[in-house]
Design a protein around this ligand. Sequence first.
Ligand code: SF4
Length: 275
Amino acid sequence: MSNKSHMNPIKKMRHILSLSGGKDSTALALYMRDRIPQMEYVFCDTGEELQETYDYLERLEAHLGKPIERLNPERPFKHYLDIYRGVLPDPRTRWCTRMLKLKPFEKYVGNDPVSLYVGIRADEPKRTGYVSKKPNIKAYFPFIEDKIRYQDVMRILEDSGIGIPEYYKWRSRSGCYFCFFQQRREWVALLENHPDLFARAAAFEKTDPNSGKNFTWIQGESLRELSNPKRIEEIKREYTIKMNRKEKIKIDPDTPLMNVFDDHCSGNCKADHFL
Ligand code: SF4
């Protein structure tokens, strides 16, 4: 018998870029398109995304000239919510990221050696993300290596003609419509832009009949309370005051506009899914 049949073929390195549906990973996909033609593009679809995200990804596919693989979790969000006994994910547990993003990605990758390309920019080295710890996955940061900053990302998006996703008009980041990393004024914007999704998010909030504990997306405030017109006015007023205060502070001209206008994305945001 030939020895060949006992030999394990050396697995070929796969190059993967995981898209979030946001501006940085999109710019990175465009940036890498001709540098690594064999790149696989994937999007971990939680099933709880905004329509704007799906539309943007479709447009990006046309720009890349190849399909973006949609990776779906084995079970929907509601299934895991039941397993977690109605306890909504929060910044501490983040079970949503593990179950809806990380697991499908690791299943897709298997044990293949993978170079994973991550869209952290040179002007946000402190930004952290949720990157897989599997030993066969090695992360690369081309924007940091090539000193690509916010303005460069915006130029890549503008030059390609794709621009930025529609939801940036009212929201500072990609991700699930119910993401608990949202600020209150973004919840208000969700209510105004997608009342159906706001209602869906509100329907996930529950009170535990045994303990009386409230499971809400925002600590200490339910979406029903937040949607009260008086409360909405208050949130908008507070936001305006905050913005006015920020305008008076001298801002480094290189500071990204989205960072200037939103604490949530000020370099230490933890909602990113770099896998
Ligand atoms: S976007 Fe937010 S809610 Fe959705 S998986 Fe990520 S951390 Fe969880």
